[in-house]
Design a protein around this ligand. Structure first.
Ligand SMILES: CC(C)(COP(=O)(O)OP(=O)(O)OC[C@H]1O[C@@H](n2cnc3c(N)ncnc32)[C@H](O)[C@@H]1OP(=O)(O)O)[C@@H](O)C(=O)NCCC(=O)NCCS
Length: 143
């Protein structure tokens, strides 16, 4: 496992908290937030590993530190913290854009790079790319 050299977390995606994202308490539903983070992490893994076939393997303890209410703007950030042979480990953070307060942190999200057969495959990377140089050039349905 190679620790990734980090320039800090990048907040790529913003969300507007809408009525369908709320729990019975009238605040952001944790399940909605986790779905957004998992999708964000999948896109990040695809860009870092240059492969559409990546799957969530492990998510560490999730600490909901704060909340958000309808109409709030939130932003989600991810950074790769380690590159393994077939895996990538990321750290996630979600914060309120207005207050800058943290809503959630996840120390470790692990995605595994898969072959066309669906088995773990070496990805060959050990550093973070900040460009689109590894972006897959084919559509998964055509492979
Ligand atoms: C992903 C999957 C193919 C991996 O199979 P596996 O038999 O665990 O494969 P391996 O033991 O070779 O491990 C693959 C990588 O995952 C890592 N890994 C395995 N278990 C892990 C765990 N509990 N925590 C963190 N990393 C783990 C290994 O260290 C390895 O990484 P490395 O090659 O960089 O060292 C298999 O577990 C699977 O299909 N899981 C379901 C994935 C899925 O569908 N996710 C969506 C949610 S339903």
């Amino acid at each position: 496992m190679t620790p990734a050299k980090q320039d800090g977390i990048n907040f790529y995606t913003r969300k507007w908290v809408k009525p369908e994202d709320l729990n019975a308490n009238g605040t952001l539903f944790g399940g909605s937030l986790l779905r957004w983070i998992d999708e964000e992490a999948a896109i990040y893994a695809i860009i870092q590993l240059g492969n559409h076939r990546v799957v969530t393997k492990f998510v560490s303890e999730i600490n909901f530190e704060g909340s958000a209410k309808q109409g709030d703007l939130i932003e989600m950030g991810l950074v790769a913290t380690a590159f393994g042979r077939t895996s990538i480990t990321m750290r996630a953070e979600v914060r309120n854009m207005i207050t800058r307060r943290s809503i959630l942190t996840i120390e470790r999200i692990v995605f595994v790079n898969l072959s066309e057969e669906g088995t773990p495959a070496p990805h060959g990377y050990s550093t973070i790319t900040y460009r689109r140089d590894r972006m897959p050039t084919t559509h998964p349905a055509d492979e």
